[in-house]
Design a protein around this ligand. Structure first.
Ligand code: GLA
Length: 387
């Protein structure tokens, strides 16, 4: 997996590329990270909790205001796919492709951005690996827009603006996990976020001190039904909640009430499995947070992570054989726990391993699961201004 540039170099690179493209220095450079979720998958649109860490990998946005009413978007990762649109014409699909993510942010502040903006983005969050490169892009641009246009957005506003870009402009029906992680995470911590009331706290996560490492393994697969599968799971959860008479599945105190979903039909059986995952996954977040907060050996969280994978595989049915193979190979090579991360249908897995076993586990997942790209993640900082 690609190396990570120190902030200063990353900012200088983006500023230089901006100047080369637009003929003048940017007014600033902002950065926002990708994420991995330690535990708490598919709980964020069910009123549950999540526990992500920010990656050291970021998307950078160099930006400046214009006076011709145009939004000009350039990406180092998408050469030849620049977008140049009148701010007044921004609408879902205009522009499309990668440019839809930043445009979806600017569209929400059309009046304030009426003069136009030039934006150049560059980054090293692996795309299509389930590590939220799109949220990083949205959040870096949201920060840039806030500062350049003097908008008084707090952290929750940034999260909401970024998420609306994804939901309403790009059209992906995600929850708030990725954008919250990108904005709110701090170095050395996991973010414990209650997506129901939006309260959060930072849980210290110093794996190095415990002789451990969090290994992220890119399975190299992104299945084409990722989006439709995600939307279908979300609808199933909403239907299960409706049948059980609650607003969100995580409003239920435990799994006792779930049996009522089993009405003898195939659909009832599917809804029961989906809901079972969500409610037990929310409990797994609490279990991991309690262990970490109590100062217990973080190795003890391993089996909880692995149980989370089994639940995503068997009950929520969003894993794929490639991810299962990574998890199995990591566990066989001595990982304390391993699981797929993110929405599923491809993407990455995490494994909790002894620091001294990183190479052996990386070699095992490469050999036995065909996943040669893995790297150690140290919880990094959230979105910030670089320059
Ligand atoms: C994707 C979505 C998030 C979340 C995860 C699953 O990453 O963007 O909102 O639902 O899947 O936990």
């Amino acid at each position: 997996m690609s190396g990570v540039l120190p902030d200063e170099e990353a900012a200088a690179g983006a500023a230089e590329a901006f100047a080369a493209r637009f003929g003048a220095a940017p007014e600033g450079v902002w950065a926002a990270p990708g994420r991995v979720n330690v535990i708490g998958e598919h709980t964020d649109y069910n009123g549950g909790s999540v526990l992500p860490v920010a990656l050291p990998h970021t998307v950078r946005a160099a930006a400046a205001r214009r006076d011709d009413g145009r939004l000009v978007l350039v990406s180092a990762q998408h050469p030849g796919e620049d977008a140049d649109v009148a701010v007044a014409d921004l609408a879902p699909g205009t522009p499309g492709g990668w440019a839809g993510y930043p445009a979806g942010v600017v569209e929400q502040v059309r009046a304030a951005a009426a003069g136009g903006l030039s934006l150049l983005v560059d980054g090293d969050v692996p795309a299509g690996a389930g590590l939220s490169s799109s949220a990083a892009l949205e959040c870096a641009v949201a920060l840039a827009v806030r500062d350049l246009l003097g908008l008084g957005w707090g952290p929750d506003d940034l999260v909401d603006v970024a998420r609306r870009a994804e939901n309403d402009f790009v059209g992906a029906p995600t929850g708030i996990l990725d954008q919250s992680a990108s904005v709110l995470c701090t170095a050395g911590h996991a973010l414990h976020l209650d997506t129901r009331d939006r309260s959060w706290d930072q849980v210290p996560l110093d794996l190095e001190a415990a002789g451990l490492a969090l290994l992220v393994v890119d399975s190299g697969t992104t299945h084409s039904h990722a989006e439709s599968g995600y939307g279908e799971r979300r609808r199933q959860c909403e239907e299960a909640a409706r049948r059980l008479g609650v607003d969100y599945l995580c409003d239920l105190p435990g799994t006792d009430a779930l049996a009522a979903l089993d009405d003898g039909t195939d659909e009832g059986a599917v809804l029961l499995r989906r809901a079972w995952h969500v409610v037990t996954e929310d409990a797994r977040v609490a279990e991991v947070v309690d262990l970490l907060r109590a100062g217990a050996d973080p190795r003890g969280t391993g089996p909880v992570l692995t149980a989370g994978h089994a639940s995503l595989r068997d009950d929520f049915e969003v894993s794929v054989p490639e991810l299962d193979a990574v998890v199995e190979a990591a566990l066989a090579a001595g990982a304390y726990g391993a699981r797929m991360v993110g929405g599923g249908f491809g993407g990455s897995a995490v494994a909790l391993v002894d620091a001294g076993a990183v190479e052996a586990v990386s070699a095992a997942v490469a050999e036995r699961a065909g996943a040669p790209r893995s790297y150690v993640v140290v919880p990094a900082a959230g979105a910030r201004r670089l320059q």
